[in-house]
Design a protein. Structure first.
Length: 289
């Protein structure tokens, strides 16, 4: 708020009030741009009206003003606690003048951690309808202020990202480090994509067809070379992937498309056949022997 007030003086020479024309000789007067005024005329024509008590603010009163509103010094008070605001910081809320204490008590939020008022202009954090002083919003694990860093809520606790990952994030079955983003699950266990590789050739298996042997994952090629049955005709592994079917007879195995007569190459799938040493023959070819 600002202060204002007229300047008064005395006159020893013949001098008249510009309004009532009475002599100002020996009397106090106030000099205005258009001439001198006696005190009663000045108060009647130029004094401001107090916005609080609605009475004139005389020349001998300390006058305070705020946003085109004028007050006696003793009228410039907090609307709630009646404390003088003449030399105090204050806030205007609507039409009410409030001291800082009343404004904070009425309109400022309280810190959920320390339960003290979060003063206007102070650094704070708001989340989920609650407010903290910046220095009160701390990680539930390391107890350090989180500040402007990312955090992760967990029920009523809040964690900085490193502490949350260390405490809660799943760990890769192979490297034992935390998985901070998408991985793969194998046998109900988490793996980094780059850690989930073929036991044989170490090729990444994420997004690829694979199988397992003794709980170890293998790509199709390695599994076929190491463990799959071999076709008696083409000698290639019989993996059964991609809808592949095979035929077994005694201790020999064939791909469906390899199970053919050794003489005429007719498919024997679903048909009768005659074994001839290492060969298999259709009935027609075997009858020619």
């Amino acid at each position: 708020a600002g202060e204002g007030g007229p300047q008064t003086g005395t006159m020893t020479e013949c001098f008249d009030c510009d309004n009532c024309k009475e002599s100002l000789y020996g009397r106090k007067y106030i000099q205005m741009d258009n001439g001198p005024y006696c005190i009663p005329c000045y108060d009647a024509h130029f004094a401001n009206t107090c916005d609080e008590c609605k009475e004139l603010i005389g020349h001998d009163c300390r006058e305070l003003y705020y946003e085109d509103r004028h007050y006696h010094e003793h009228c410039f008070r907090c609307f709630r606690c009646d404390r003088s605001l003449a030399d105090e910081p204050f806030t205007c809320q609507g039409e009410e003048l409030l001291c800082n204490d009343c404004y904070c008590s009425e309109f400022s939020s309280k810190c959920i951690a320390c339960e003290k008022t979060v003063m206007p202009g102070s650094r704070k954090l708001e989340y989920n309808g609650q407010t903290w002083h910046e220095h009160c919003f701390i990680c539930s694990s390391c107890q350090q202020p989180i500040g402007s860093r990312s955090f992760i809520p967990d029920k009523k606790d809040y964690y900085c990202v490193p502490c949350y990952e260390s405490k809660f994030a799943p760990r890769c079955t192979r490297c034992k480090k935390t998985l901070t983003k998408g991985g793969v699950t194998y046998r109900d266990e988490p793996w980094h994509k780059e850690c989930f590789v073929c036991t044989g050739c170490k090729t990444p298996l994420a997004g690829q067809q694979f199988t397992s042997q003794d709980d170890n994952p293998y790509c199709i090629k390695c599994f076929g070379n190491l463990y799959a049955k071999k076709c008696s005709a083409c000698t290639k592994p019989i993996t059964g992937f991609g809808g592949g079917k095979y035929v077994s007879f005694e201790d020999r195995h064939w791909h469906h498309n390899c199970f053919n007569c050794a003489r005429c190459n007719t498919s024997l799938v679903g048909k009768g056949f005659i074994p001839d040493n290492d060969e298999i023959l259709c009935r027609d070819c075997s009858s020619d022997l």
